[in-house]
Design a binder for this molecule. Sequence first.
Ligand code: FAD
Ligand code: DLZ
Ligand code: SF4
Length: 518
Amino acid sequence: MTEKTTCRNLVLVLGDQLTPGLSSLVRSDPERDRVLMVEVMDEASYVRHHRKKIAFLFSAMRHFAEDLREAGWTVDYVTLDAAGNSGSFRGEVARAVKRLGPARVVVTEPGEWRVLDDMKDWARALRVPVDILTDTRFLCDPASFRAWASGRKQLRMEYFYREMRRRTGLLMEGDKPAGGKWNFDTDNRKPAKPDLFLPSPKRFAPDRITQEVLDLVGRSFPDNIGTLEPFWFAVTRSEAEEAFAHFLETALAGFGTYQDAMLRGEKFLFHSVLSAYLNAGLLDPLDLCRKVEAAYREGRAPLNAAEGFIRQILGWREYVRGIYWLKMPGYVMENALGATAPLPAFYWTGETDMLCLSEAVGQTIDEAYAHHIQRLMITGNFALLAGVDPAEVHEWYLAVYADAYEWVELPNTLGMSQFADGGLLGSKPYMSSGNYINKMSDYCGACSYDVRQRTGDKACPFNALYWDFLDRNADVLSSNPRLAQPYSSWKRMDTEKQGAMRRHAGEIRRKLAANERV
Ligand code: FAD
Ligand code: DLZ
Ligand code: SF4
């Protein structure tokens, strides 16, 4: 029998589809269909990914292929360095179609628009029917989100989230939210003290497969950002589940309270560090939410923590995906504030005198991870205030985090963080002077800049940039009712002070553009 007659359908499984219950696998038959998984240069280089991100995904893919084989599937797995690897999804599917002659290609829809767009042409180009199936791993599909969004002037996450709570029954008492409130954020957002006991995420030693991948990535991507070792990510479903169980036991209870805290040298605080696993398909979002709800109901976690965690997954994660599919492909080009400055070079090196930024970028280089408030209020806030082109900011976030795929990264960066969509995601830009960073962290006390000064060599750069940002963008922002207070403070400031602030901010922006140290 030739190879061709043994394969009915070819089931393509992408690198972020590492889920046994994936729609393409559920619809297929291990006896008659064949799985194709491919490491391809196009995916590994469409942005200059962090080396740990590539290593995580390749190792998780290889482990998943092993699990599928154990479950009885025949898997064709093409490694990055395999002879003849064409370097693209399209090229690898074409080679497999030629080799195996399947009746159909079956694939679960990809998470990124550019891949789906390409995929839609495969049937014509490869002369084989291609079935693109819905990704059932999400709790709200793009069509349902579109229906929810239709006719609404503002697409606020909070209302979407309430709808999702009702739909799933999570943290509900009949038709009322548990504890009488939908959102317990007022109990959250406390700064942390350096002597607070802090948990740490579960770490796993690299096995033979991971070690091979680390060697391959080290050889193939010598100039990409990121420390490759120590490498401790979970790379299988069972490890990821262990990491989640460890979070439930050691960190969930403090999750809400310290959600916005930042501490020097503390990279994870009470965060779960599960996003890379969730987004690759190693964990199931609804299962996590149910287990967190159970922890609350059994008295193992307070309501503010359980609600806060569930909101991130049931609310934010689903909401940003809905926005992505609603607004693409035009969304990626939006630039409501007309920002054009280049991304400062220190985003790739961490070499800056601003301690908050050197901490956030430094741990990003080491871990391919920074927690939400570092992404939003340190790296994101600074890029916003400095007027960096949102497309460059987007490319950086997509590259440097192990959890980054465009469907989740783009709305967070372009919408939430850079206000480049003009307020679709947030009713005002997430921006602050050094004051907020000082309140929420212990960075400023050890920084060579003085957070209380607004101008002069020692002044915290966030301060002048903050006022200069408001001034430069007054045309777009000054009528925003949520910015009435800062604009009225700016107007009340005497013109000499305003001038000094503009000059100082201009000097910082000049230095950044000239790649001088700030
Ligand atoms: P936790 O704080 O423990 O939260 C639990 C889970 O909730 C996360 O694992 C994640 O799945 C989900 N979650 C929390 N906040 C968000 C959010 N705003 N959007 C979507 N899911 C959320 N998240 C990504 O998964 N990939 C990205 O590429 C990404 N890029 C971001 C870029 C910017 C500029 C900002 C401000 C945020 C970005 N986020 C992204 C959201 C968030 O910062 C990360 O999900 C979170 O930091 C991951 O760490 P964690 O697992 O410890 O999260
Ligand atoms: C992110 C990524 C990388 C680095 N490499 C691969 C790869 O070699 N093979 C693969 O199947 N997927 C990879 N991915 C994830 C894809 O980019 C992702 O599946 C698409 O962007 C669709 O979301
Ligand atoms: Fe960051 Fe300014 Fe504080 Fe330094 S003083 S850590 S630059 S906010």
